[in-house]
Design a protein around this ligand. Structure first.
Ligand code: SF4
Ligand code: SF4
Length: 268
C-alpha cells in the first residue's frame, strides 16, 4: 500500500485533486481511499488531504502520518507548515515550484520533484487552481497512474469545457515535471513557529500580490467592502492595502470596476 499526503491552501483544490486521483487509480483496478480533512475552510488557509492506494482492500481508517509521498500544491507553504513531517526515508516530495528540486527550499533524506503548476494553471485555466496540474506531474514522476486514466477521471469530475481545460493542464504538467532529485545534503528552509490563533498576520499565505494604482482608483469602496480580511482602508477617498492582513485572495482585483488593482505573483 502507498500512502500520500496532499498539502494545499483553501481554493487550490487539494481535496478535489485527491478525489480525482483516487478515481483515476480506481479505473486502473486499484483499491483507493481518499480522505479530506476540513479545517477552517477559509480561502488561503492551509489544508490537508490524504490518499491510500493498494492492490487489496484497505482497512485502515486513520489519517496518514508517515506518507510515502507528499504533494504540495503551493510553493510557499513549506515555510509555514512542516510538509515533510513523517515522510518515510527515501520518500518523494512533489512540489509546485518554478525551480529544480534542489532549489525548492526542502532538504532531508528524500527526493524532490517540481513542476510550475501555478503558471500552468494560469495559462490553461486562467486561475491559480493547481490541483489538476500537480496531478499531471504526479503521473509522470511516480508512474503510479496513466495519463489516460487521469484524463478520464478529470472529465468525469468536470464534464465539458472545464474538463477539457483541466486535461490541458494535466498534459502540460506531465511534460514539464522535473525528475526527482536527492536533497539529503540540502538545507531546507526553516518552518516558522506556529502563531497564536488570534494572530491576524496572513501575509505568508499570499502567492499573489494585489497593488492599487492610486491614479486609477475612483474611491468606490468595493474592494474595501468585499475584502474578507479587512485588509483595505480608505484614505482620502483612495484604497490602501495593509499587506500584513492581505492573504492574496484576489477578490479586490476581481471586484474593482475600473481595473485599478493589479494582481501579480509574489517573487519566491
Ligand atoms: S486586499 Fe485584496 S487580495 Fe488581499 S485579502 Fe483583501 S481582497 Fe484579498
Ligand atoms: S474597487 Fe478599485 S476603484 Fe474602488 S476603491 Fe477599490 S481600488 Fe479604488
Amino acid at each position: 500500500m502507498i500512502e500520500v499526503r496532499f498539502h494545499g491552501r483553501g481554493g487550490q483544490g487539494a481535496v478535489t485533486g485527491v478525489r480525482v486521483l483516487a478515481t483515476a487509480l480506481y479505473f486502473e483496478g486499484k483499491f483507493t481511499q481518499a480522505i479530506p480533512m476540513y479545517g477552517t475552510e477559509r480561502r488561503g488557509a492551509p489544508v490537508v488531504a490524504f490518499l491510500r492506494v493498494g492492490d487489496h482492500r484497505i482497512n485502515e481508517r486513520d489519517l496518514v502520518h508517515e506518507p510515502d509521498i507528499v504533494v504540495v500544491l503551493d510553493p510557499l507553504l513549506g515555510r509555514m507548515v512542516p510538509v515533510t513531517e513523517g515522510l518515510k526515508e527515501g520518500g518523494l516530495v512533489l512540489i509546485n515550484h518554478p525551480r529544480s528540486g534542489r532549489e525548492a527550499g526542502l532538504g532531508g533524506r528524500f527526493k524532490v520533484a517540481t513542476v510550475d503548476a501555478t503558471n500552468i494553471a494560469l495559462e490553461t485555466l486562467g486561475r491559480p487552481i493547481t490541483n489538476t496540474a500537480i496531478l499531471g506531474a504526479f503521473a509522470k514522476v511516480t508512474g503510479m497512474v496513466s495519463l489516460e486514466s487521469l484524463e478520464k477521471a478529470v472529465l468525469k469530475q468536470w464534464p465539458g469545457r472545464i474538463g477539457e481545460m483541466n486535461v490541458r493542464a494535466v498534459r502540460r504538467a506531465y511534460e514539464a515535471a522535473t525528475e526527482p532529485v536527492d536533497v539529503s545534503n540540502v538545507e531546507g528552509v526553516k518552518v516558522a513557529p506556529p502563531r497564536s490563533r488570534f494572530e491576524r498576520d496572513v501575509s505568508s499565505w499570499r502567492v499573489f500580490r494585489p497593488e492599487i494604482d492610486e491614479e486609477k482608483c475612483i474611491g468606490c469602496r468595493r474592494c474595501y467592502i468585499f475584502c474578507p480580511e479587512v485588509a483595505i482602508t480608505m484614505e482620502e477617498k483612495k484604497a490602501k492595502i495593509n499587506y500584513k492582513y492581505c492573504k492574496g485572495c484576489g477578490i479586490c482585483y476581481e471586484e474593482c470596476p475600473v481595473g485599478a488593482v493589479s494582481f501579480t505573483q509574489e517573487r519566491l
